[in-house]
Every structure is written in C-alpha cells, then in structure tokens.
Ligand binder design. Structure first.
Ligand code: HEM
Length: 393
C-alpha cells in the first residue's frame, strides 16, 4: 500500500490552536502519512505510536527526537537523555532511578498534597483568579524546583526557558526563531544556578552530581541531566494542570460528579492527559527498513509520533472526542512509553491530582470568569490564561 503525501501544516497557528480536525484527517488517511512540507512521516494512530515507542532498535531517539535533529540549535539537545539510545541511555536513566522510584515518590506525596492544599486555599479566598498564571504555573515550578534543589530566588526564568527549548523541537518557524536567543540562557542558568555549590544537599541535582563524582556519568552528561529536569519537568505539568482545570470549569455536571465522588480525581487527571495531551509529539529516526501498517519505511526516514492524535484515536478509545472522567485511560500515550517513557510521570501523577483534589475539597462551584487563551508552542500544548471563579457555597 502506498499513501501519497499531504500538505497539512501541523505547525500553522490555526492547527497549533485547534489540531483535532488535522489529526482526524491524518488518522483517516493512514497509519503513516508523509508530510511533504516537513519530510517526515506523521504517525497519527494509537496502535502504531504505542508499538514504535517500544521498538527503540528500529525507531531511534538519537541524535534528538526533534523534527529537524541536525539543525545547529539542536546541539545541546543532541546530548540529552531524550536524544540517547542504549547503552548511553541506560546509564543516564539509572541516575534518576532512585529519586523517581515509587518508594521515593510515596514519601513525597503527603508533602505535595499539603503544598497544593495551601496554594488552593489561598486562591479560593480571592474568589476570581487566573488558574494558569496563579496556580498551574506556580505549583509545579515550586515542587520540581525544590526537588531538583534550586535556590528559591532563581526560579523565575524556568518556564520561559523550557518553553523556548520545546519550540525548537518543531520546524524553524517564527516560534522557533523567537526562541533561539533564549537557548544560551539555559546553559548559563545551569552554569550559574545549578552548580555543586548552589544545589541543595539531598536533592535530585545533588544525586546527579554524585553520579558524576563517582564516574558513573561524565560532567557534560550531568549538565544535560539538569537540562532535562528544567525543560521536561515543568512546562508539561503546568499545561496538564491548566488543561484539566479548564475542562472541568467548562463542565458543571462533571465538577458536581467529582465533588460527589472525589475518588474520580485521579481518573479525571488521566483523562485530561489523554484529551489534551501536553506533549504533542516527539520524533524518531528509522534505523532499518520496516513496515508500518502496510506502509514501507526506509532506514534514514523520520517519524513523528503524534501523541495528541493517538490519544484521540477512535480505534482505541470509544467516543474519543468526549471528555469522560470515568474513563481512567491509564494506557494513554501522553507520557510516551518504552525506554524513554516519561521519567517524571510518577511525580506528575502526584502533582496533578493533588491540585485537582485540593480544588474538589475547597470549591463547590467552579466556572469560567472570562475567555481562556491559548499559549502557542510547537511541541507542547497548554493555555496562557484561564480566568476562573470559584465559590465555596
Ligand atoms: C504531565 C506532565 C508530563 C508529561 C505529559 C510528560 C511527557 C513526557 C513524554 C511524552 C516523554 C517521552 C519522550 C520520548 O519518548 O522521546 C517524557 C520524557 C521525560 N520526562 Fe516527562 N512529562 C511530564 C512530566 C515530567 C516531570 C514532572 C519530569 C521530571 C521532573 C519529567 C522528566 C522527563 C524526563 C527526564 C524524560 C526523558 C526520559 C528518557 O528519555 O528516558 N517529565 N516526558
């Protein structure tokens, strides 16, 4: 079977804002659809995305899982954990295994829930606020920055730096070009703020430097791991929390159901991850000839795994365009899967439900208090503003 290329521009402003029609058209078109404009195979259906994530020998993450991995601005990302294959990947990943183990996370849960409760209780007193600016952007930055061991007064630029890095995973469009000037700041930030001297003892950052001191990883690898924390760990979680609150604020009946049965909070967060996948895509390089759903791919081809499209695939999720807090779609691909499956998903799955759980406890009525606006980024999806009103009774 051969499938002709199509000219859908996944990075136009209109599609970045509302990608669902383009995703549906791609899924309809086939399991692998060549995008002439970008010279890449889009993979829009669930089954193929799921399988490719688990076949790292055929679908390599090196040199970097971006759309145009050879571009000069990808230089730093080319050395990251995201852009590595085994055996290097195995070594880098092992550095985080202790900090991110279920046991280690269990001990963090109560703290994070208390922190979420305090932030939400303060906002609820105000009545009307911006759930993105005042809550979603604030909470994960505090949590991750504390875990990584960043000094309190140095957290402000983190989201802007992560946003710039994510833009460069897309084509060299205006969003990417506007981000170029910020890339050197990421290196500068790590060099100044995330050093052995400044990072808090006992933190994840300290564990990374300890691994370098033992000789488990090189010094540049340690820097790259720091980079991964600040880029991968915050924007993504911010977007997931903002989207979840938006989806609930638009659905009074769903909010009432959560108030009635707070045990639905976890499932609601997973459904928000499926429905509004915070990471739109990552790419892979094809290492050997292979067939995907009847489409022949050659060594050297690139594939773009569309997590957002796969998570709305009707072949896998019945009524996929419906937000259903009872679905509990634990097999969604919002965190990827396979060896690169999100290293921070255990943490995100504590942070997101902690915020939603605190809102459910404190807020009887949750509603929009103005038009939400979208934040445009080539690779991550989320809101810029979400004015909401919350009332306790
Ligand atoms: C809702 C929040 C999050 C989402 C949707 C998300 C999504 C993802 C996805 C899709 C990948 C796979 C990359 C690939 O397959 O190439 C990934 C990897 C990764 N994530 Fe997350 N992430 C989230 C939160 C976090 C947090 C909180 C951290 C750490 C504090 C984190 C750290 C990482 C790291 C280090 C990797 C690279 C793993 C590897 O290459 O082995 N993420 N994330």
């Amino acid at each position: 079977m051969s499938i002709a290329g199509v000219d859908i521009d996944l990075f136009s402003t209109a599609v970045l804002e509302e990608p669902w029609a383009a995703y549906a058209a791609l899924r309809e078109r086939g399991p692998a659809v060549y995008l002439d404009r970008y010279g890449v195979w889009a993979i829009p259906r669930y089954d193929e995305v799921f399988a490719m994530l688990r076949d790292h020998q055929t679908f390599s993450s090196a040199p970097v899982p971006a759309l145009e991995p050879e571009r000069p601005d990808m230089e730093a990302a080319r050395h990251s954990i995201l852009g590595s294959d085994p055996p290097r990947h195995t070594t880098l990943r092992a550095v985080l295994s202790e900090q991110l183990s279920p046991r280690a996370l269990r001990t963090l849960r109560a703290d994070i829930e208390t922190q979420a409760d305090a932030v939400v209780a303060g906002l609820v007193e105000r009545g009307t606020y911006d759930a993105v600016q005042d809550l979603a952007r604030r909470f994960p930055v505090e949590v991750v920055a504390r875990l990584v061991g960043l000094p309190e007064d140095a957290r402000e630029p983190l989201l802007a730096l992560a946003d710039a890095a994510f833009n460069t995973f897309g084509p060299a469009n205006e969003l990417t070009q506007a981000s170029w000037s910020r890339l050197p700041e990421i290196g500068g930030y790590i060099a100044q703020v995330m050093t052995r001297e400044t990072i808090a003892p006992g933190s994840w950052g300290a564990a990374v430097y300890a691994a370098a001191d033992r000789g488990d990883i090189s010094e540049p690898d340690a820097i790259q791991m720091m980079n991964a924390f600040i880029v991968a760990g915050m924007d993504t979680t911010v977007n997931s929390i903002g989207s979840a609150i938006w989806l609930l604020a638009e659905r009074p009946d769903t909010w009432a159901a959560l108030r009635e049965d707070p045990s639905l909070v976890r499932s609601a967060y997973e459904e928000a991850l499926r429905y509004e996948s915070p990471v739109s895509f990552f790419c892979r390089g094809v290492t050997r000839p292979t067939e995907v759903g009847g489409v022949q791919l050659d060594a050297g081809d690139r594939v773009m795994l569309l997590f957002g499209a796969a998570n709305r695939d009707e072949r896998h999720y019945a009524d996929a365009d419906r937000f259903d807090v009872r679905r509990n779609p634990l097999d969604h691909v919002a965190f990827g899967g396979g060896i690169h499956g999100c290293a921070g998903q255990g943490l995100a799955r504590i942070e997101g439900p902690a915020v939603l759980g605190a809102l459910v406890r404190h807020v009887e009525f949750l509603e929009l208090a103005g038009e939400p606006s979208r934040h445009l980024n080539n690779a991550v999806r989320g809101l810029e503003r979400l004015p909401i009103a919350t009332r306790t009774s």
